[in-house]
Design a protein around this ligand. Structure first.
Ligand SMILES: Cc1ncc(COP(=O)(O)O)c(C=O)c1O
Length: 405
């Protein structure tokens, strides 16, 4: 193929209504209105990679869909992919699977390796379900703020170390790259956090679900591979749910270096009858990791162009809003504090006045009021329409304020 030529059509508008889509068919339930444009849950509106669709169709042609095992070739494909894409070489024995998903895997690991009442550290902002599993398992979340410099987020290593020691932290859940900020942690940041956790005997659960979705000038570093020292207490988790948008097919893979933790985890999977894969999940993961990387790379570039488009739109029509400079993910974290609305009024503005369903700042841990997260993985025309609705509603709101209506 000629360099720069596009092979896939991300501009295609596909109606997802009446597909039981969590993003498109649950508007009334979650936002009280059918007609909002949903740009909240991290799910893409693009046709799946044709390489994956073909593999599923081919398997679907065989009319028996019984229990599905996990042959050696599945381990090989996932192992190869993770090594090649992230330059991280690890023994294949460390690889485990958790068909219900990454969040389920972390919930199980937390229950195995910590006790009720133990303190678990997380960054803020952070993906809300990671906080939920801490609370719902009876552990106590402790938040370490990421520092916002007006454009990007950074870690404060001194503060991190102090919190770990003073609070007596037992586990650290890292979101690497970070959802919602799109931060790719640097080698130095990761080394410093991993070394501190190792010294203090803190288990690290590193959610690397967005590792596939990194913009061109950046590189994902698996948390356990950042430092030259082995970090046996660091579990890393991956999935095709984000990069390849296979959330409906329920698969995730984990690297668990510590033998005892790995055995305990596999035993739990056995007890919970989750040792088998879902048939189409397994087919899709194999196709994604072995054949769909060119789709993924084009998708990242399309989303990057959406980000540039949004930034230009904000500059021209919504200068009060400041977008974080993201380095990864198809999400964008927006500071709306200059709109001068409290949390509830901000939600009401977007849903009732602009007709947009976004993710709200207070879902991402403390200190995030006035922020929203927008999902950019949608055809340009949908994003453009959403931004126009935001601009028009905001113009109206400002006029009403001036006229004191
Ligand atoms: C950071 C992060 N981790 C995990 C998940 C969910 O993973 P799974 O569907 O495998 O449980 C999401 C979904 O949005 C996410 O953003």
């Amino acid at each position: 193929m000629v360099r720069g030529m596009k092979k896939y059509n991300f501009d295609e508008l596909i109606d997802r209504h009446n597909t039981d889509s969590f993003k498109w068919d649950m508007n009334l339930q979650y936002f009280g209105r059918e007609d909002v444009i949903p740009l909240w849950v991290a799910d893409m509106d693009f046709a799946c990679a044709p390489e994956i669709v073909e593999a599923i169709q081919e398997r679907a042609n065989h009319p028996i869909y019984g229990y599905t095992g996990r042959p050696g070739k599945v381990y090989e494909i996932v192992h190869q992919y993770l090594q090649n894409r992230h330059d991280y070489y690890f023994p294949v024995e460390w690889l485990c699977f958790c068909p219900p998903g990454l969040i389920n895997a972390f919930y199980v690991l937390l229950k195995i390796a910590t006790n009720p009442g133990d303190k678990v550290l997380l960054h803020s902002p952070n993906y809300g379900s990671l906080v939920d599993i801490v609370e719902k398992s009876g552990r106590i979340p402790v938040f370490e703020p990421l520092i916002h410099d007006g454009t990007r987020y950074h870690c404060d290593p001194e503060s991190f170390r102090k919190t770990i020691k003073i609070e007596g932290i037992k586990a650290f859940i890292l979101c690497n790259p970070n959802n919602p900020t799109g931060k790719v942690f640097t080698k130095e940041e990761l080394c410093s956090m991993m070394e501190c956790c190792e010294e203090e005997g803190v288990l690290v659960l590193s959610d690397e679900i967005y590792a596939d979705f990194i913009f061109l000038d950046y590189k994902h570093i698996p948390a356990g591979a950042a430092s030259a020292r082995e970090v046996p207490g660091c579990v890393m988790a991956y999935s095709t749910n984000k990069g390849f948008n296979l959330g409906g097919l329920a698969m995730s893979s984990l690297i668990i270096p510590d033998k005892h933790l790995r055995e305990a985890f596999l035993e739990e999977m056995e007890v919970a009858q989750t040792r088998l894969d879902t048939l189409f999940g397994s087919v899709a993961v194999q196709a994604a990791y072995s054949r769909a990387q060119s789709w993924l790379d084009e998708c990242i570039e399309y989303v990057n162009q959406n980000k540039l488009f949004l930034n230009q739109f904000l500059e021209e029509f919504l200068p009060e809003i400041r977008a974080t400079d993201s380095q990864a993910t198809f999400l964008l974290w927006l500071d709306c504090s200059e709109m001068g609305l409290d949390n509830e009024s901000l939600k009401a503005f977007f849903v009732q006045k602009a007709g947009l369903a976004l993710s709200w700042g207070d879902e991402f841990g403390p200190g995030n009021d006035g922020w929203v997260r927008i999902n950019l993985a949608t055809p340009r025309r949908v994003l453009e329409r959403a931004l126009e609705k935001w601009r028009d509603a905001w113009e109206k709101e400002k006029t009403e304020r001036v006229n004191n209506v």
